[in-house]
Design a protein around this ligand. Structure first.
Ligand SMILES: CC(C)(COP(=O)(O)OP(=O)(O)OC[C@H]1O[C@@H](n2cnc3c(N)ncnc32)[C@H](O)[C@@H]1OP(=O)(O)O)[C@@H](O)C(=O)NCCC(=O)NCCS
Length: 320
């Protein structure tokens, strides 16, 4: 059967790491509060010359190197971001030019679920025969749309990028590839996590606004639901899963979701302590880390999941 197989992963972080202690010098907060409520200890913040496209390009290049593919092999780039370099053109086209690739390139806007959405879109396009080799990227510079005077949001986010190379391959039933992706949204809740502006309303990008408690409540329920849905349809059970690579918003959400599924935390890849919430970048960043440090191995059954503004949420089951 034809499947989209992950042939390589890559990631990139800005040069500057900012610890909670450093943040507490300019924001009315403390390391204790942030660690206790979120598990976050540090985040990376983009500096001059570092943008969503530069981080995305670096992550994508590393994924291409890991996969051993050349720019001319790529015929599709799908880039998830809520912080594009410009309102238009799509950041994916900037990355395409920087990498020297051809084919189709576009952005997907699903905020923190953006990478799962992009993986679902790219996988569908590959299964339909539109593309043979895709770069799927999640990249963000959330620091540029934070209100640094709002301690309830600014301590939670960070910048970064992650990418995978997907190649269409004829594989046996128990072989590698994306097995199943489920995507959902519920626009009734889009006021709970949003920016207070945009090109067609204020003519600015706006800054992040969030009702944290409500988001937390919805996140735990929606993520547990979509994970159950994927398990049921794929006919795997939670015990079959080798690794869960979740969106890294909050350590307490990761723990609550794992508990609901009966999965031990030893099977959950956690990077929120180091990177904070990097929105669309968080899942591919965590995936790349766990692949490179040898935790995730060829043949492993891996569940990716995320939830974000919109609300949007989804999960993808794949074999490495
Ligand atoms: C944001 C979040 C960490 C806040 O935790 P919480 O336990 O809900 O805390 P609350 O918002 O109720 O605030 C509790 C108190 O801490 C204070 N506080 C908020 N941010 C603070 C900070 N950075 N430092 C210190 N105190 C802070 C509040 O002002 C409040 O004080 P008060 O009781 O005197 O009014 C939590 O709601 C959360 O993680 N939500 C989900 C967020 C998320 O994952 N979003 C992304 C999804 S993609």
């Amino acid at each position: 059967m034809i499947r989209s197989v992950i042939k390589g992963t890559g990631s990139a972080l800005p040069a500057r790491k900012v610890t909670n202690e450093e943040l507490a010098k300019t924001v009315d907060t403390s390391d204790e509060w942030i660690v206790e409520r979120t598990g976050i200890r540090s985040r990376y913040i983009a500096g001059e010359g570092e943008t969503t496209s530069t981080l995305a390009t670096m992550a994508a290049q590393r994924a291409m190197d890991a996969a051993g593919i050349a720019p001319e092999d790529v015929d599709l780039i799908v880039l998830a971001t809520a912080t594009p370099d410009q309102t238009f053109p799509a950041t994916a086209t900037t990355v395409q030019a920087a990498l020297g690739c051809r084919g189709a390139a576009f952005d997907v806007a699903a905020v923190c679920s953006g990478f799962i959405y992009s993986l679902g879109v790219a996988d569908s396009m590959m299964r339909s025969g539109f593309a043979k080799c895709a770069l799927v990227i999640g990249a963000e510079t959330m620091s540029r749309i934070l209100n640094w005077d709002d301690r309830t949001t600014c301590v939670l986010f960070g910048d970064g990028a992650g990418a995978v190379v997907l190649q269409s391959e004829d594989v046996p039933e128990d072989g590698p590839g994306v097995l199943l992706t489920k995507l959902h949204s519920d626009g009734r809740h889009n006021g709970l996590l949003h920016t207070d502006g945009g090109p067609s309303t204020t003519g600015t990008s706006g800054k992040v606004q969030m009702r944290g408690r409500e988001v937390f409540r919805h996140a735990v329920v929606n993520l547990a639901d979509v994970l159950q849905e994927v398990l049921k349809e794929s006919q795997f059970s939670a015990e079959n899963i080798d690794w869960v690579v979740p969106h890294q918003a909050n350590a307490r959400i990761l723990e609550a979701t794992a508990k609901k599924l009966g999965l031990p935390m030893e099977k959950v890849v956690v990077t929120v302590d180091q990177h904070a919430n990097t929105s669309a970048a968080s899942v591919p960043l965590a995936l790349d880390l766990a692949v490179r440090d040898g935790r995730i191995k060829p043949g492993d059954l891996v569940m990716l999941e995320a939830m974000g503004g919109g609300f949007t949420w989804g999960a993808s089951l794949l074999r490495m």
